[in-house]
Ligand binder design. Structure first.
Ligand SMILES: [Cu+2]
Length: 164
């Protein structure tokens, strides 16, 4: 009896995954289509390109997704970063108790100079960091370190290239 139930659950999960993939394909096809017919000029447009970066924290504790606003911050201009933190199941928002989010330029070994970014929790699993600034173009990293109570502290580094 137990194994049959387990099988049913697996089948259901499979269906959900297939549906999710189909939705992704549709979304992707839509983007490709609009791009080829109507290229978006991001220098003079209110439509920001979608820029999200995500990954599993180094210790495997959290799934983290970040999105800067504007999507492509300009050198010398303050910007905001939204950080979503999920449990390792990649679905359950984590109740973040402490967070440290900053930028780092690995080649030059310096961070974001002259600013003091502040991170606040907007809701469960959703953080907002204000006051970030890229001092110069080049290869940067977002360094994210979070603790969600007893789930522990873990970190993630995501590369972000800033063009001229
Ligand atoms: Cu530098």
């Amino acid at each position: 009896m137990i194994s049959r139930n387990a099988e049913k659950v697996l089948i259901l999960r499979g269906r959900v995954l297939i549906l999710a993939c189909a939705a992704l394909v549709v979304a992707w096809a839509g983007t490709a289509c609009s791009d080829s017919h109507d290229p978006v000029d991001t220098t003079d447009s209110k439509i920001a390109p979608e820029t999200t970066l995500e990954g599993i924290s180094t210790g495997g504790r959290y799934f983290i997704r970040i999105a800067p606003a504007p999507a492509m911050p300009e050198v010398g201009a303050l910007f905001t970063l939204t950080t979503e933190v999920f449990a390792a199941d990649m679905a359950t928002p984590a109740t973040v108790t402490t967070a440290q989010i900053d930028g780092w330029m690995p080649k030059h070994k310096h961070g974001m100079e002259g600013v003091s970014p502040k991170t606040v929790a907007k809701k469960t699993g959703l953080l907002e960091t204000q006051g970030l600034l890229f001092n110069m173009p080049g290869q940067w990293q977002f360094r994210i370190k979070v603790t969600a109570g007893a789930h522990g502290t873990d970190e993630l580094t995501l590369p972000f290239y800033v063009s001229h």
